[in-house]
Design a binder for this molecule. Sequence first.
Ligand SMILES: [Zn+2]
Length: 261
Amino acid sequence: MIFLEIKILKKNDRELEFIITNTTPQFANVLRRTATEEIPILAIDTVDIYENDSIFYDEVIAHRLGLIPLVFKQDQFNLPSECKCNGAGCPLCQVVFVIDKKGPCTVYSKDIKFNNPDVSVLYPDMPILELEEGQKFKAEGTAKIGFGINHAKWQAAKAYYRYYPEIKVIGKIKDKENIIKICPKKAISFKGDELVLSDSCNLCGECISASNNALKITSDGSKIIFTIESISGLTAKEIIKESISKLKEQAKEFEKALEKV
Ligand SMILES: [Zn+2]
């Protein structure tokens, strides 16, 4: 039996990068799609603007509000479609907010006041609009749980992968220094005559031209560098863990369906 191997390259709350060995591009892709489309997060969904004296159109402000990442407790909310209120809206599936500001000032994301103390903005200093002397902005609305597959504002993360590169010397290398210098990712070095490639290579191929085709970069899809960047209130680790639970759930559903066959 062949087991997946994972080696972590980068780890912080917002970003996780790792190498998966003994895998396939299909597995990496299903993980990518699940992380970007199927992890429910909270985002502003409706807004009623009562007063807007600023030069910004209501639609522009509403769009900006929708894209502000929110921190929330995952186990506190139901999906609107699965809630007792049948999607009509209640404290179990949505949170209400107000913004009430008077110029001169910049209205920031931290000026959004939610009626749930566990909900807040991830970045408090995101500017939304400017108010001049005497101008007012007043709005209220709701944030709901949703999925990235329905709208980008509910996208939990950006996720992408690339094949792990292997480098081969297939000719005579004349100018080592130039090859090292030309690599935009500084991924190439030499140990004596042996060429060493680091994980940061993005297969751009600059070194191949610089070596007059004395080098060849190959990759076979069984070793993949996977990167996930959170663009929501969840951490990158939470998103990847939940993606794996989703995949397990789907496999179980499939198993159940097979039993009926
Ligand atoms: Zn509800």
